[in-house]
Design a protein around this ligand. Structure first.
Ligand SMILES: [Zn+2]
Length: 460
């Protein structure tokens, strides 16, 4: 498989025009029987198509489907306005389905964040709940961060969720079940415990992967005690310090952190605090009309933009050759969509947008930086017509007063109103700017992002 990919890459560099004209496909892979074949886009003479990439910054809006983007745009800048993520020059869509655990030949049309993250992190589809391991067979799958490290890239992993949540986890760990987040959370993954000779929980594996910059929530997982191996009896934080990490726990400490050693930032016991607040959606007549309460995040927690800015500057200044690979997740778009709270969901989307702006500013001075912005799956929220007594959704909804000074009704109806709302199986946006950014154009699959990133770091 590897040789085949190498040959194909050479072939493309020599005769990319012919390749594109013939529509020659990229490799699929044995572990993902239902992965469609990636086709590089049809305009390889586009100036950005082949340029060398030094740095890669990948943004994931968890649950940030087209609907979530549109809701955030309408509310914050108006229907005719444009968010920062709308300004990226190359846009495609990708499919996100996962695989069934009992029969991995069949698709599971609605993915979770673990399976979808495994898709772009490894180029392989898997079943829901798995972190960079194969559906049915539980084999470890090599990740894009591992490949980047092998090639001398400095690496970073940033999230507003717990650092052990699925999206940050897929880069730096391999477990059969996403809930195995700390050494005391290992009941679903006994084979992975350090005391059983396994690689340990997601928290332990994150540290053991020697990622240069780890920033997010989830301190409660890193405060747990390791049950086996060299650091048995120590907490994961103590093991991190013993392996050369400086550890910070608030925004002021993050600001003063210096390059020269690895950095672990844990700013909250669980998920980090939300940016905005507002009334949750309720069944008819719905909540609102309302305006959201902004600036709700406590000052001792950094914003996603602050974490992105610091991660970039530390990775830039960290000793070592070459560029960096950084993933940044806006996690609570998904979490507040599950909860049916439009203001909280929009606040998190706007926070991700601000973080993307930080990267775009950096790329103005460092044009060899590839920026990709995408989501892991679609979600429940929809913009619906204004409800009336005889004509309204059976779900819950809220009406917001937008930047247009108009009313927008946001509906949540993928589950019973009192239940957690569900992901959806729709394709989602992928956008990019910078060298090789044109590779995202067209209708792709989530696993294609792995190959785009692998190509950008010279691994394919
Ligand atoms: Zn979710």
């Amino acid at each position: 498989m590897f040789l085949f990919k190498q040959r194909k890459f050479l072939f493309i560099t020599v005769a990319s025009v012919i390749i594109a004209a013939l529509g020659t496909a990229s490799t699929g892979n044995a572990d993902s029987p239902r992965s469609p074949k990636y086709r590089y886009p049809n305009f390889p003479n586009q100036p950005s198509f082949k340029r060398r990439v030094k740095n890669v910054i990948l943004f994931i809006g968890d649950g940030m489907g087209d609907s979530e983007i549109t809701i955030a745009r309408n509310y914050s800048v108006g229907a005719a306005g444009r968010l920062t993520i709308d300004t990226l020059p190359f846009t495609g869509e990708y499919t996100t389905y996962s695989l069934q655990e009992k029969n991995p030949k069949l698709p599971d049309y609605v993915t979770d964040s673990a399976a979808s993250g495994t898709g772009w992190a490894t180029g392989n589809k898997t079943s829901n709940g798995r972190i960079s391991t194969t559906a049915g067979t539980d084999k470890d799958l090599k990740t894009i961060l591992e490949l980047a490290k092998e090639r001398g890239y400095k690496t970073g992993d940033v999230s507003t969720a717990e650092l052990t949540d699925a999206t940050p986890a897929v880069l730096v760990s391999h477990v059969s079940e996403r809930s195995c987040q700390g050494p005391q959370d290992m009941a679903p993954c006994p084979q992975d415990k350090k005391s059983a000779g396994g690689p340990g929980s997601i928290a332990e594996q994150s540290i053991d992967h020697n990622v240069d910059v780890l920033l997010g929530g989830g301190k409660q997982r890193f405060d747990q005690t390791i049950d086996g191996g060299k650091f048995a009896g120590k907490t994961v934080i103590d093991a991190a310090k013993a392996q050369g990490y400086q550890v910070v726990t608030n925004a002021a400490q993050l600001q003063t952190a210096q390059p020269g050693s690895k950095l672990l930032g844990l700013f909250s016991p669980g998920n980090m605090s939300l940016e905005w607040a507002g009334q949750p959606a309720i069944i008819y007549p719905g909540s609102g009309p309302q305006r959201c309460l902004e600036n709700q995040r406590p000052a001792n927690q950094p914003s996603l933009a602050d974490m992105t800015s610091k991660a970039i500057s530390l990775l830039e200044e960290q000793p070592g050759r070459g560029g960096f690979f950084l993933q940044v997740e806006g996690a609570s778009i998904d979490k507040r969509d599950h909860a049916g709270n439009p203001c909280e969901q929009i606040g998190e989307t706007v926070a991700l947008d601000r973080a993307v702006k930080v990267a775009i500013e950096y790329a103005k001075e460092h044009p060899d930086t590839l920026i990709v912005v995408t989501a892991d799956h679609g979600h429940t929220s929809q913009i619906i017509p204004a409800p009336t007594a005889t004509n309204h959704s059976p779900g819950k909804f809220s009406t917001l007063i937008t930047a247009d000074q108009a009313e927008m009704t946001v509906n949540y109806a993928t589950n019973l109103p009192e239940q957690s709302q569900e992901h959806t199986g729709t394709q989602v946006r992928i956008a990019a700017q910078g060298p090789q950014g044109a590779n995202v154009v067209g209708v792709l699959d989530q696993t294609d992002l792995f190959h785009i990133l692998a190509r950008a770091i010279g691994a394919e």
